[in-house]
Write a protein that binds this ligand. Structure first.
Ligand SMILES: [Zn+2]
Length: 139
């Protein structure tokens, strides 16, 4: 890696190359319990899925960013029948979650059988899981 001396006068964060994250690195971060995603410097759009150009404002100025792990349930559906890999979590809610500082993401919340188990607005927290996909638990 090239070494450069950075002084106060030449320092400009906008000129720093955006550290792009590979899908593999993102997966590793998820396993570590970190919700790392992408951020548009142009319009402040946050997204979990990679983008090289912002879908909203077309800016190529994309950086990576760690979002908060907590959020609130926006909507969900309850699933009581699931693929084998999710059998331990049945019944579960497949929910749309608005992160406190970050985008809306969809994820699984285990052991939700009835609507009263999960009010809209319920606070949830991301918990890494062996299974594929995003998993949140009630807080
Ligand atoms: Zn944008």
């Amino acid at each position: 890696m090239e070494q450069r001396t950075v002084t106060e006068t030449t320092r400009d964060d906008h000129l720093a190359p955006a550290p792009q994250l590979s899908l593999k690195q993102q997966k590793e971060a998820f396993k570590d319990g970190k919700l790392v995603g992408f951020h548009c410097a142009g319009c402040k759009l946050d997204r979990l899925s990679p983008m090289t150009r912002c879908p909203k404002c077309k800016s190529p100025d994309i950086t990576t960013r760690e979002f908060s792990k907590t959020g609130k349930v926006v909507s969900y559906t309850i699933q009581s029948v699931a693929a084998e890999q999710f059998l331990n979590e049945v019944p579960f809610a497949f929910a749309l979650i608005q992160l406190d500082d970050g985008p809306r993401v969809s994820g699984l919340i285990p052991w939700i059988g009835k609507e009263k188990d999960l009010p809209i607005g319920q606070k949830v927290e991301y918990t890494p899981s062996y299974a594929a996909g995003m998993r949140f638990e009630k807080r």
